[in-house]
Design a protein around this ligand. Structure first.
Ligand code: BGC
Ligand code: CA
Length: 323
């Protein structure tokens, strides 16, 4: 029996640490602080953290017609949250900032807006996003949240963005669009709308991107909190971070059985991914937003990022956006 160990590896306290992604080429963990408006990149070997603020100016993408540049305005994005960040095949990253999908050049710290979603819902913001095995980005939105998990309901949507930046809306009336990942054979898309308190599956056509035949694969039990971010391991099983549950649960989507529970010393566990040299470390992000003084005293590591070792399973490399 391997023995499971949980350690806090990034002690910088995020307001809402989220969206961890292992970047193999950098041997680093990328993650965001949604309300803290930052993208972080942490290297386990040097323990250095580099950060980019997302509340800075974003350039609009320049569109060239035959002989003139149609748009080269820059806008000041003040107070823009960042819901996710993923690597991009052509270099740099793509992030969900406010309602914009932006290209991020890490070396110059420049962000360029590629497109906007939910233009009819100005209060919405992008939340979790992930790239499918062929390079398509899926990302969801949610309505305004006065307090954590007290959200204007049914305002969110789920979108996909393909390599030529074409956008398809797959779902509307989503409460809090959250964790997502794909089965090993790419034929199933796993998805969490947190307030439904379920982990769902759809049939997935990776060629067209079409999703259908929604069903529940796991229903949260009392004390498990809200399902938030998740990752699918190399055995095809899911690891789901439980917001307000202080744990990550390991579930078999084929049977609906919970196989294991990993407890963490913070209640607002938000998301997880596998990483490390051989993908055997589970990284888990957490939030501190909304904790009162006594909550912070009881959970001094709230907002930190954790590494879980000794699980005896491995994850899969992350996919890069093709657009
Ligand atoms: C969202 C938070 C929300 C939480 C609860 C997170 O992904 O970003 O705003 O409160 O999920 O499910
Ligand atoms: Ca989330």
């Amino acid at each position: 029996m391997s023995s499971v160990k949980v350690e806090c590896v990034v002690k910088v306290s995020a307001l809402i640490g989220e969206g961890p992604v292992w970047e193999e080429s950098e041997q680093s963990l990328l993650f965001v602080d949604i309300s803290g408006q930052k993208i972080h990149r942490w290297s386990p070997s040097t323990n250095q953290i580099q950060s980019l603020e997302t509340g800075q100016p974003i350039r609009n993408v320049q569109r060239h017609s035959e002989n003139m540049t149609l748009s080269h305005t820059s806008r000041l994005f003040s107070g823009e949250t960042v819901g996710f960040v993923v690597p991009r095949r052509s270099g740099g990253y793509v992030a969900g900032v406010g309602r914009s999908i932006v290209a991020v050049d890490w070396s110059t710290q420049m962000m360029t807006s590629l497109l906007e979603v939910d233009e009819d819902k100005k209060n919405n913001r992008l939340n979790d996003g992930k790239v499918d095995p062929i390079g398509r980005l899926l990302a969801g939105t949610m309505g305004k949240e006065e307090r954590p998990a007290e959200v204007q309901r049914q305002q969110g949507s789920l979108f996909s963005v393909n390599s030529d930046l074409g956008v398809t809306k797959h779902l509307s009336q989503v409460d809090i669009s959250n964790g997502l990942d794909w089965s090993l054979d790419q034929k199933t898309f796993f998805y969490i709308d947190s307030l439904s308190l379920t982990v769902d599956a759809f049939d997935y056509d990776s060629h067209s991107g079409h999703i259908g035949n929604r069903r529940v694969v796991y229903r949260m039990e009392a004390g498990e909190g809200l399902p938030d971010g998740m990752t699918c391991d190399a055995d095809g099983r899911l690891w789901v971070a439980c917001y307000n549950g202080g744990r990550v649960i390991h579930i078999d989507p084929a049977t609906g059985v919970r196989l294991q529970t990993v407890s963490l010393p913070v209640m607002k566990t938000t998301s997880c991914c596998f990483g490390g040299p051989d993908y055997s470390d589970l990284y888990v992000t957490s939030a501190s937003l909304g904790l009162d003084q006594s909550g912070r005293r009881q959970q001094p590591l709230a907002g930190g990022t954790f590494r879980v070792t000794g699980l005896g399973v491995k994850g899969r490399p992350s996919n890069s956006f093709s657009g």
